[in-house]
Design a protein around this ligand. Structure first.
Ligand SMILES: NC(=O)c1ccc[n+]([C@@H]2O[C@H](COP(=O)([O-])OP(=O)(O)OC[C@H]3O[C@@H](n4cnc5c(N)ncnc54)[C@H](O)[C@@H]3O)[C@@H](O)[C@H]2O)c1
Length: 362
């Protein structure tokens, strides 16, 4: 039998299927929402209202792409009702307080949203009396960062220094407990749920307007014609386009639905090792793609702790899902800058085109 490609597998698994997506108003969630629509899925989103202006969600008219519920993940009863009423085939859980810097300012809220929010979500899934595949999105920051120059494996120790990273490691542990206690893979016929976690690193892509992230800062500076302030030009970071992990999460959902047990587990989705570049290099490639602009390095003191380079070992995703990054870092940066250059004329067309080009829709 001829082996299907990635896009054919995704279409086969998601067309006409019901997807409950938390965090659908966020940066990654909006790309996921648009992609799910391209695949012909029926989506219900559950998140707070977008808090960026302009938000990618509003730019792509996300309200029209799904049944959009604006509510708090900490509201357990509401979440349960919305999820159970919808009877999803898949759940992708992205809702989170997603910024390290905010987690230093609001640690308790970060733990409430990221840990209890995940527990609330998994508990709601317990009340679902049908087969369902659940993907909980965490981060590469869940690993205890030993500042070693070796990529981290899914079996490595969890930890996390700042409240954001640590809350996500806690979300991993809570998911593990729910999997073992209520959705044990050996008892699938009783509960009919496969539950996985996914860990990916910082992503870049059009439509991110978060404060204190390098690409949104860069986009704002370029659009305003002002020099960009670069805090750590020599810091080496892995750069990955947002569509890379989104493809990985969807592929994992596909394999859980079709193959089951072996896939109800943790998976890393990161760039290849050679794609780690300094912040300064990223800025130079971006300025080249934009065609103008400059940057400055301000003197800073009393910065909160920032973890050093952490790379992910992606052998497992490669072997089990046949997932590999499609873009090298230069292409990821260029594609991102192109979005910021082009979106104003037609944000929906710009976003859809990037998705269709990346996944190779026919
Ligand atoms: N962007 C990255 O580089 C990156 C890297 C690794 C992991 N992640 C993870 O991916 C997911 C999405 O990240 P993002 O960059 O799109 O973040 P984002 O801040 O753009 O979006 C967060 C989403 O979560 C929702 N949310 C936050 N608090 C909520 C609450 N109390 N109740 C309901 N909804 C709530 C927001 O409304 C929004 O829809 C997060 O789980 C994040 O930790 C992101």
């Amino acid at each position: 039998m001829e082996k299907l490609g990635m896009i054919e597998n995704l279409q086969a698994s998601y067309q006409g299927k019901r997807i409950f997506l938390t965090g659908h108003t966020g940066f990654k969630g909006s790309w996921m929402l648009q992609m799910l629509k391209e695949l012909g899925a029926v989506v219900k989103g559950y998140s707070l209202a977008p808090d960026q202006d302009p938000s990618l969600f509003d730019l792509i008219q996300g309200e029209a792409l799904c049944e959009s519920v604006i509510a708090d993940i900490r509201d357990r009863e509401r979440l349960k009702k919305e999820l159970v009423d919808f009877q999803p085939d898949f759940v992708f859980h992205m809702a989170a307080q997603a910024l390290v810097i905010d987690s230093y300012r609001e640690p308790v809220e970060t733990y409430e949203t990221n840990v209890l929010g995940t527990v609330n979500l998994l508990d709601a899934v317990r009340h679902l009396e049908k087969p369902c595949n659940v993907v909980v999105i965490t981060t590469d920051k869940v690993y205890e960062n030993k500042e070693v120059m070796r990529p981290y494996l899914e079996s490595d120790e969890l930890g996390g220094y700042d409240p954001y990273s640590n809350s996500k490691a806690c979300a991993e542990l809570a998911t593990r407990s729910y999997r073992l206690s209520f959705f044990h893979p050996d008892q699938y016929t009783d509960h009919q749920k496969w539950v996985a976690t996914v860990r990916s690193g910082n992503v870049i892509g059009g439509g991110d307007w978060s404060a204190n992230r390098i690409v949104p800062d860069l986009a704002r500076a370029l659009r305003a014609g002002e020099p960009l302030q670069v805090r750590n030009p020599n810091a080496v970071r892995p750069w990955q386009h947002v569509l890379e992990p989104i493809g990985g999460y969807l592929l994992l959902g596909h394999y859980m639905a079709t193959e089951g047990k072996a896939y109800a587990d943790a998976f890393n989705f990161g760039p290849v090792e050679e794609d780690a570049l300094t912040v300064g290099d990223l800025v130079k490639i971006a300025l080249e793609a934009w065609g103008s602009g400059s940057f400055e390095t301000p003197a800073l003191k009393n910065q909160p702790h920032e973890a050093g380079l952490l790379m992910l070992d992606i052998t497992k995703a490669d072997k089990m899902l046949q997932w590999q990054p499609k873009f090298r870092s230069r292409e990821a940066i260029r594609t991102t800058i192109e979005w910021y250059k082009e979106f104003e004329a037609d944000p929906i067309a710009t976003t859809r085109k990037q998705i269709r080009d990346y996944f190779g829709f026919s």
